[in-house]
Ligand binder design. Structure first.
Ligand code: URA
Length: 192
């Protein structure tokens, strides 16, 4: 465990704990406000993220930004965004269990330092690891559960919404529930 952000980031940036370290262009550590009360966790970097070193900068990131804007959230100000794995799985395949296991301590350490009140899991990879292994995001999205004082919710991954735009209204409802939960349990998110 690193107890300051710079040490954590500097050590993470040279990670070779799994084979994804060999094929990445850039490690994607995360972005946003490390003091945010709300943290988003995606699956892993895609091509654009690998090239830029920033999470959610491709098409799914643009959609995420739009949905965040509807509830007055801005990725540079009042949230922190990270991924389950920090390096791009080749051909955008799902990260393997052993890759997730190798990477999870970085996310745990990020979470410990951000100390969020709310965690939003984007898609089933993050939801299975963070909320419960057998979660069905298609059925259980938008439902908050609380653990150790942190409220957690899964929503559909923005890439899934690009593939199935019919699900966008249902996903937007999750963001409205998120806004309500922020108003209930966060004190700085909507005032900064
Ligand atoms: N999908 C993810 O899960 N994370 C990213 O950073 C980009 C796309």
């Amino acid at each position: 465990m690193y107890n300051n952000w710079e040490d954590l980031k500097n050590n993470c940036m040279t990670c070779q704990k799994c084979e994804l370290g060999q094929t990445r262009t850039n490690l994607v550590f995360g972005t946003g406000n490390p003091k945010a009360e709300v943290m988003f966790v995606g699956e892993g970097p895609g091509e654009q993220e690998d090239l830029s070193g920033q999470p959610f900068v491709g098409r799914s990131g643009k959609l995420l930004d739009k949905m965040l804007a509807v509830i007055d959230l801005d990725r540079t100000k009042n949230i922190y965004i990270a991924n389950m794995v920090k390096c791009r799985p080749p051909m955008n395949r799902k990260p393997k269990p052993e890759e997730q296991d190798a990477c999870i301590d970085w996310l745990r350490n990020q979470t410990a330092l951000v100390n969020p009140k709310i965690i939003v899991c984007l898609g089933s990879t993050a939801a299975a690891k963070i909320i419960k292994p057998d979660i069905k995001v298609s059925r259980e999205h938008g439902i908050f559960t609380e653990r150790k004082g942190i409220f957690m919710m899964a929503t559909l991954h923005p890439s899934a919404l690009l593939r199935n735009p019919n699900n966008k209204p249902a996903a937007m409802e999750d963001y409205f529930k998120l806004r309500d939960k922020i108003k209930e349990v966060c004190s700085n998110t909507y005032t900064d």
